[in-house]
Design a protein around this ligand. Sequence first.
Ligand SMILES: C[S@@+](CC[C@H](N)C(=O)[O-])C[C@H]1O[C@@H](n2cnc3c(N)ncnc32)[C@H](O)[C@@H]1O
Length: 269
Amino acid sequence: MQEYPSLKQTEFYFFRNLIKDTAGISLDSSKKRLVESRVLGLLKRKKIPNFDAYIEFLKTHPNEIDDFVNAMTTNLTSFFRENSHFDHLTQHLTKNLRGRTINVWSAACSKGHEAYSLMMILEDLFEVHTDLSYRLLATDINTDVLNKASRAVYSEDEIKDIPRDKLKKFFDMNQNKKEFRIKPFYQSKVKFRQFNLLHPQYSIPLEFDIIFLRNVLIYFNEEDRIQVTNSLVDKLKPSGLMYLGHSESVAELRSRCQIVGNSVFQKIK
Ligand SMILES: C[S@@+](CC[C@H](N)C(=O)[O-])C[C@H]1O[C@@H](n2cnc3c(N)ncnc32)[C@H](O)[C@@H]1O
């Protein structure tokens, strides 16, 4: 079995700067081991002998940056994660947004759990309030998670937090493989695409009633947190709602938004 040298400090700085410049992800020195193990996985997959050779490879193959970013992001997620947000959203839509098409964005969607949770909530509402319809966009920087999200196939463990009635309505079960697949009709309700939140131009030609931006700001430094949340508030309609992760907050948002729930911000008209 091939032996790999350990990650030198200068190599760590290279990878740390690259992921900061590309995705805005800030890693302090305590994350050296994490970086080492994630890049090591790439070396093995690409049959590259050491970190230095991989750095040269990245410099000469700019298309390889996606694989690097894919390896460096943390994609932990689950269906109906931080469930009080889905209850809040249901109440808000029922009270306020009748009789029109609403635009919803899951802005760091990872493997699709958040976007499909939103789809299930919206479909159930739509059935009762037939005057309501929606468009649902889901984006992430990581192309591997977007591929998984588009496949819409989940394990028994992943679907454990989905209520039985929703599971029956929205999923097909493959008994042999113990896999659950979102029914194609419902899968097609979510549009997935790659999008970098740090991108200076927000080339998305829509304004949104609802944005979920949950559990991604924790990876950014304060300056990027402010820049990203401001850009997203720009993309909200007046009175639109932005949901951050339960442990996330950005003080600067208070000049443009009022707090209307646990980490829920409403754009001031
Ligand atoms: C921990 S997951 C959160 C998923 C979901 N929002 C949730 O709360 O369960 C964070 C996601 O943010 C994505 N991400 C990190 N940096 C990003 C960037 N600059 N632009 C877009 N997505 C990014 C990662 O790829 C990852 O899938």
